[in-house]
Each structure stands twice: as C-alpha cells, then as structure tokens.
Design a protein around this ligand. Sequence first.
Ligand SMILES: *[C@@H]1O[C@H](CO)[C@@H](O)[C@H](O)[C@H]1NC(C)=O
Ligand SMILES: *[C@@H]1O[C@H](CO)[C@@H](O)[C@H](O)[C@H]1NC(C)=O
Length: 296
Amino acid sequence: MFPAGNMPEGSTARRDPFSDRFAYEDSGPVSAFLIILAVPLAFSIVWCLLYHSEPYSGGEPSVHIWTIALGHWSLGFCAGGLGQCSPQALDSLVERAVVNALRDPVGLPDLALRAHGGRVFKTLTTPWADRQSSGTIPLYPPDVVLNEDLRVGSCWLISDTHAQLAIVIPKLLYPTNVTIDHVPREITVDIGQAPRHMRLWGLLEDPTNRDLYYAIVGTGNATSAPPISGRHVYALLADFSYDIHAQSHIQTFQVDPRLVASRIYFGMVILEIIDNWGSTSTCLYRVRIHGDPVEK
Ligand SMILES: *[C@@H]1O[C@H](CO)[C@@H](O)[C@H](O)[C@H]1NC(C)=O
Ligand SMILES: *[C@@H]1O[C@H](CO)[C@@H](O)[C@H](O)[C@H]1NC(C)=O
C-alpha cells in the first residue's frame, strides 16, 4: 500500500498508471488516424459497390467519371496514409528526430573554443579564487567557460553578481553573435546563479578600427568601457540579457548590426556580467563567440 501522503486528494483507490496512459494519451492520435483512414476507405468501398453494381455499370457517363475520380482519389489517400506508417517511414522519421536532437542548437562555429585556441586574458579578467573561501572544494578557473562541457558545476563560480572575462580569440574576426550557455533550469539547484544582463566589448587596438568605430558611434562614447579597462579603447558589441524562462538554455545574441556592417575586426573580446538572477554568486558555464575570421 502507498502511504496516505502519496494519494491524490479525494481519491480512495490507487489508479493504475498504465491503464491511464492508454486511456488518455493514445486516444487523440488513434481517433485522428482512424478518421483520416476511415473516411477515404468508406468512399472507396462505396465507389466499388457503385461501379460494379448493375444500374451503374455502363450507365450515365457523368456518374462514371465522378465515381472513378473519387475512387482513385480515396484509394490514393489510403495508400498514402498507410505509407506514412510503414516501418521504413517510421524509421526515417525517428532518425530525423534523433539527428535534430543531437545537432548543436546554435549551428555556428565557436571561435573562442579552447580546443580552437581560445584563452582567457588574466589582466582584464576579474580576479578569481581557486578554492571556495569556506571550504576545500576546488574551483574551476575561468577557462572552463571556453569548453563544451555543460555538466552541473563545471562553471566559473564568481562570488559576486558582477564580473568580467577577457577572451583572446586565436584569429582576428568580425564578430556577429555571442552565445551564453547555462545548464537547464530543471537540473540546477540555484537558477539564481545564472547571469542576466551582460555586455560584450571588443578591444580596439588598431587606429583604423578606432576611427571607424568613432565614425559610427560618435567620439562622445570614447570613455565607455568595462570596469577593468587597462586604459584601452573599447567598442560595445552587444548589450543583452540571458533569460532563464526562455525555452532554450542556450541563447544566442546579435552583435550591433552597425558594427557587423562596418567590418571592424577584433582579436580580444570582454564579456561583462552586470547582474544575475538573484543569487549572491554567479555561475558562468559557457561563452561562445561567433563571426567571420579575417582572411589575410
Ligand atoms: C547572428 O547574427 C546575425 C546578424 O549579425 C543574424 O542575422 C543571425 O540570425 C544571428 N544568428 C543567430 C543564431 O542568432
Ligand atoms: C554614444 O553617445 C551618444 C551621445 O553622445 C549616446 O546617445 C549613445 O547612447 C552612446 N552610445 C553608446 C553605445 O554608448
């Protein structure tokens, strides 16, 4: 017997979960399937009876043409319906669903990936501890966000709501998008650690790029920079928010279209985390930088 606490309120007997499943979940698709198949099937049976019965065989030509057309249409419809349910068709349907599920949801190369040579630039990154202050649990260095790993806890744990991370891209690039990965809401204990408002900055080294940038945004913006700026000049590439309520836990944001169009290139970007979803600490799992490599 189940303990009383597990019983649905007001029910007196335990319901059989299997009979429930068949009774409720399958009735929709099955009845739809029957209607789709049964209606044309009935048409074709009526057509066969009409066509082969005495008064109509050799009767009015107009009746003939209509019944033949209708019969062919409904037989074709039945064959089509059955074809969709053949084992081969089902196999390819399942295969397509599996391929889609395994495919990367972003579908853009990650140019900051550590495996591609991306690395963290310490001088322009918020200082980090390698152990939790209270205990002995070792912490990951910020490089962990340049890996593909999305297991719970494999994040850069920041003991604050505000931080910044400088990423050296192995090849100069024209940035187009930035992706933030966080573990799905359902499997995390504290979704409040997810980053919320963020900015992506690009370090402007080349004087030509700097002039191009000023031409786009105006010279009044020269002082705009992330908190740890090292007196460099920066372009604000994107200003965005990660949404823990969104359907996907992997979210892609666009770089300012004016900058994409300008073809200003960058070798270093800085992700500034402005706040999070309510926790006292922040966990950054993965950052991906997308764009077109500069051909030289
Ligand atoms: C990436 O940004 C471009 C514009 O720069 C946009 O057209 C495209 O939809 C973005 N891709 C994704 C996956 O958001
Ligand atoms: C640039 O400066 C102008 C005014 O000088 C301001 O309206 C605009 O919001 C600034 N843009 C950025 C990206 O800071």
